[in-house]
Structure formats: C-alpha cells, structure tokens
Write a protein that binds this ligand. Structure first.
Ligand code: GDP
Ligand code: GDP
Length: 440
C-alpha cells in the first residue's frame, strides 16, 4: 500500500487555514486530535486526490487567544507536532493584510525544520490582488503560490506541487540542493552529447554523483563545479560506464521533451558540420513554450576554419534561423579537444541568474513610463490603449503582468516591442513571459 501523505497547513491566525482545510476535505468530517492531556490544537482531515489518500492537518488551533503570549510562540507551539508529522508544509499568508513580521518569523522557523515548504498567499480572489504579490518574495522563497481558499483558485496547482515535492524527497537518497541548476542535455544522435558530458564530469574540478532520477526510471547526475551545483537530468545513456552504443540508436524525442520539461536550462547540442536542423528548431520552440532557458552549443568546432570571421558568420546564420528567439546564446566548443567547457559553465550560470532575477515594481513602472513616452500602441475603437501598471509576478521564467484597459486589443508587434524592452532590464539571453490583464 502506498504511504499516506500528510500535509500541514501552517500560518498565523486568520490567513485562511481552516477555510482551505474545509475546502480540501469537503464535507468529510474533520477528526479532532484528542490526545489526552494535549490541548486540542490540531484538526485532521482526509481527502482523496487522484487515487491517493492525503491527510491534511489544520494547525489553526483551539487555543483561546492568549493576550499575554505573543502570537509567534503560540503559532509555533501549535504547529510543532504537525510539522513533525507532515511530509510537506503549506505555509499560508494573506495578501489582504500583506506580509507581516510574524510571517517572516514563521518562515524562518519553518526553514530550520528541513521539511519541504510551499508558500501560499491566500485571498487572491481576483486580479486586483495579483498586483500585491511581489512583496511576499521578501520571504526568500523561490516561488509563491497565489490561492483563494474561498473561491478555490490555485488549489489544484498547490496540491500537485506539494505531492511532487513529497515524491522528490522520497526518491532521493542525496537531496538535490534547492539551488541546483537543472540542465537537460539534448541533441540529435552523434552530435557528441556523450563525449561532451564525459568531458564535463571528467574535469578535475568537478565532483560528480549519480542519483535516482527526477522522473521515473532514470538516472540524474549531480555535478559540482566552482561552488555551483548542477543537476544533469536523465544521463544514464551518456555516462562512460553505462554507455553501450547500439548501431540503431534512436533519438528519443519524447525523452528529450520530458527532460526539458523538468529542468531549468536546455543545453541543445549541435555539431558544427551539420549546423542547425528543423528538428533542433522544434526542440527550441518547445523549450521556449515551456518557459525554459536555452543554451545552444555547437560542438566539433575543431573541424571548422579557425578565423573569427567564419565563426561570426556561422553564428549569425544560426540566429537567422531562430527568428524571434535570436537572443538565445550560441557558443562553440570541441568535446574532442576539451575546448570551451568553461564557457559552458559560465553561460549556464548567467542564464540561471537571469532566470531567477526579480525587478522591483518601482523600477518596472519607471521603465514602462519611459518606453511609453517613446512609442504607443494604436488607438482601439477610437480610444487610447492605456498601460496602467506592470509587475513581475514570477521567476523561472520571469513573468510580468501589465494591467491595461484593452488587453485583447494590444497588437502582436507592440507586445513584442514590450518584451524586447523588458529584455534590456537584465534578461539578455532568456525567454520572458508577458501577460495582460484588464483593468478599466
Ligand atoms: P485561520 O485562522 O487561518 O484558520 O483562518 P480562517 O480560515 O478562519 O479565515 C479567516 C478569515 O479569512 C475568514 O473570515 C475567512 O472567510 C477569510 N478567508 C479565508 N480564505 C479567504 C479567501 O480566499 N478570500 C477571502 N476574501 N477571504 C478568505
Ligand atoms: P552522441 O550520440 O550525441 O552521444 O555523440 P557521441 O558523443 O557518441 O559522439 C559521436 C561521434 O562524434 C563520436 O565518434 C565522437 O568521437 C565524435 N565527436 C564528439 N565530439 C567531437 C568533437 O568535438 N570533434 C570531433 N571532431 N568529433 C567529435
């Protein structure tokens, strides 16, 4: 029988823990923890989720508000046990009150527990509240999950992520440092994936370990290089000791797509003599659609003329094939000679920094005002289109929301113009996401 998964809801009073609890367990009855001698400080409920039974703990508490004790110790006392029992913690905050010092303290405490924590910002009932999310990143989390316990928004994604975290914890002997830069090394057969990968792991400066894969039945490789940790996904077929070349090695596109989906950066390997193919373009488009960073590496450069003019023109040719993605980085290497490896690591780092970069709302709005002064979209039904406000709502990929009176009327070329401008804020090499929301 599959292990039961327990999720604890933690947060200061009134953020909406019991509202979420009730929504999750629906009409099923909550079981009050009745351990003798213990304050009845936790509610347990069960829910079915795609064939699994999940236990939800509401640490909302029945402690009478105790004026004498500050809230923080009360919250912590209440959730201590729940945290021990939980496989994953949903830490809830409230967009309507905004981030409070107590939230920050609770988060600090949760960090020490070593359990996976998801940070949910509740009461995001509509678009208006989306504007206020950015302050919650001050909690130092990579991602926040906007939800509305009352309306049910965002709950599905939140629980899915919680389960993903639990299964990731279970399958990993060695935990992946949360800051690991996750890379999918893909490319057609014979471009040199295996040669390149063995060069990367064979470098004397790199420390390598195999771990069970992020996806079922695969092997990932953790590689530490210059104090940075990289996770190369699905690498069993690439490692020297496991490598068995079959004559008819099929390029498993499906496998590549899966790896792309689960990683931050797609390292697409080409070989210089053949250049970029339609298949490669498809891979790139897929990775962009998934919001991933892409690094194009042209291997076997040792076979090409050595002049810098040739190199310039060669890369220019690739860029032309990329059309709207001409910002993608392209570097040349030789796995055979071990040339260009440092460049690869340097670029992976740059990409990841951009991928996780946050621009303050103030800076963004000054920026939009400035470009607004230069170039405005055409009238829509004789009315001016206005851009009221812009905010960054997410990273990986950096995602921006612009509030406007006519989201549907903004021409494609103007959207592209805006995205191009956003690239100049420090996103040189990566795809960005720009969304438009209506506000009159
Ligand atoms: P707890 O103390 O953390 O368990 O919080 P409750 O679940 O008791 O909720 C506190 C208050 O916030 C109640 O008045 C709820 O109706 C309200 N609330 C909870 N979730 C939402 C939500 O998604 N949107 C809004 N607008 N209010 C909510
Ligand atoms: P994979 O199928 O993508 O894993 O490709 P392999 O790593 O097996 O390499 C395919 C062939 O290309 C092998 O014969 C390699 O020796 C050769 N190869 C790989 N990298 C280079 C390189 O940088 N230069 C040259 N000239 N040959 C290379």
């Amino acid at each position: 029988m599959a292990k039961k998964i327990t999720i604890a809801l933690v947060g200061r009073p009134n953020v909406g823990k019991s509202s979420l609890f009730n929504r999750l367990i629906k009409k099923r009855k909550a079981i009050v923890d009745a351990t003798p001698g213990v304050t009845r400080d936790r509610l347990y409920g069960e829910m079915e989720w795609e064939g699994k039974t999940l236990t939800i703990i509401d640490t909302g508490g029945f402690l009478p508000p105790d004026e004498a004790t500050p809230i923080l110790p009360q919250v912590i006392i209440q959730c201590q046990k729940a945290i021990v029992e939980a496989d994953v913690i949903i830490f809830m905050t409230d967009v309507r009150t905004g981030l409070t010092p107590i939230d920050v303290e609770i988060m600090k405490y949760l960090r020490k527990t070593q359990k996976p924590v998801l940070c949910a910002v509740n009461k995001v009932d509509g678009e208006k509240q989306l504007q206020d999310l950015s302050e919650f990143y001050a909690l130092g989390v990579e991602k926040i999950w906007p939800i509305s316990a009352i309306h049910g928004h965002g709950i599905y994604e939140l629980i899915e992520e919680a389960l993903t975290l639990v299964s990731a914890e279970e399958t990993k002997e060695e935990k992946i440092p949360s800051m690991a830069i996750k890379v999918a090394l893909v490319g057609r057969p014979n471009v040199g994936k295996s040669s390149l990968f063995n060069r990367l792991v064979g470098d004397e400066r790199s420390v390598v370990s195999d771990i069970p894969g992020t996806t079922r039945d695969t092997i990932d490789t953790i590689l530490k290089y210059d104090d940075k940790t990289y996770l190369f996904m699905d690498t069993a077929g690439l490692r020297r000791k496991t490598r068995i070349k079959t004559r008819l090695e099929r390029y498993s596109v499906k496998r590549a797509l899966k790896a792309i989906k689960h990683t931050d950066i797609t390292l697409l390997l080409l070989e210089a003599p053949e250049g970029i193919t339609d298949q490669d373009i498809k891979i790139i488009n897929y990775a962009i659609a998934c919001g991933k960073c892409i690094l194009i590496v042209v291997n076997k450069w040792d076979l090409m003329p050595t002049t810098s003019k040739f190199k310039r023109e060669y890369i220019e040719n690739i860029r032309q094939r990329l059309r709207f993605a001409s910002f993608l980085p392209v570097i040349t290497v030789s796995a055979l000679k071990g040339e260009g490896l440092k460049q690869i690591f340097a670029m992976l780092n740059t990409l990841y920094q951009e991928y996780t970069l946050r621009i303050s709302t103030g800076q963004l709005n000054r920026f939009v005002e400035e470009i607004w002064g230069k170039y405005q979209p055409p009238l829509y039904q004789n009315r001016p289109i206005k851009l009221y406000y812009i905010t960054q709502v997410d990273i990986k990929p950096p995602t921006f929301v612009i509030f406007t009176n006519y989201p549907q009327a903004i021409p494609e070329n103007y959207k592209r113009f805006l995205v191009n401008q956003l690239h100049q804020l420090g996103f040189k090499y990566i795809p960005l996401k720009l969304l438009f929301r209506e506000r009159r």
